[in-house]
Design a protein around this ligand. Structure first.
Ligand SMILES: [Zn+2]
Length: 220
């Protein structure tokens, strides 16, 4: 993966603004630095409320924050599908939209949510992505990290990416989601950094992100 001689197209699909940054922002920033094409797709991306109907993002901030975060990662292709928060469907409608994105960009690597998540938007985004990516050779599920996911079955870290040189971009992209940063405070950033440090320790580097494999091409 990320072979020096190949220019790859990397497609990351997340339900909400900040999911992708949390789970694979360091890997995407690294891919951009190495000259690969990176595309981010946010399935919702419009303003939302929490379960007590308190606004989480309002006045168009969801889109503004997603754009600012993508820019920090160096990603210029950000697609916001605009489904309503909490109501992401597992439907032909969404799968067709993702199909069109697969046909247009022909991604070599597809990242999406862990299928055994507890948030309905994450589960349906993962299932829709797996359906739409049926012709792609490499599909990797990113590690659930709150609030980008909380699994009810153990995640199996199978593929690791050294993000030591892009951890700062990852953290800054999280802070660009100001509404989330205000809600979750610095403890959120500390938790994400600690997870990356822990995964880095497992592979012998400073910081890492890891993924579970649905399907993977081995390039020889
Ligand atoms: Zn989410």
């Amino acid at each position: 993966m990320f072979n020096k001689n190949d220019k790859l197209t990397v497609l990351a699909i997340g339900a909400h603004g900040d999911d992708i940054e949390l789970a694979c922002g360091g890997s995407l920033a690294k891919a951009v630095k190495k000259g690969h094409d990176v595309v981010m797709v946010v399935v919702t991306g419009v303003d939302s409320h929490d379960h007590k109907n308190v606004p989480i993002r309002e006045n168009g901030n969801a889109e503004k924050e997603a754009k600012a975060a993508a820019k920090i990662l160096g990603v210029t292709k950000l697609i916001i599908l605009g489904y309503e928060d909490t109501l992401v469907p597992y439907s032909a409608d969404l799968i067709t939209k993702l199909d069109d994105i697969m046909i247009k960009h022909e991604p070599d690597i597809v990242f999406t949510h862990f299928v055994f998540d507890t948030h309905q938007d994450h589960i349906r985004t993962a299932h829709s992505t797996i359906s739409a990516a049926r012709r792609q050779n490499t599909i990797l599920l990113y590690e659930p990290i709150n609030p980008s996911g909380q699994g009810y079955i153990a995640f199996r870290p199978q593929v690791y990416v050294d993000i030591s040189k892009t951890i700062d971009q990852k953290i800054n992209s999280l802070k660009a989601h100001k509404s989330q940063y205000i809600k979750y405070t610095e403890k959120w950033v500390e938790g994400v950094t600690a997870r990356a440090k822990f995964r880095g320790f497992e592979m012998g580097v400073d910081y890492a992100e890891c993924f579970e494999v649905v399907r993977s091409e081995l390039r020889l």
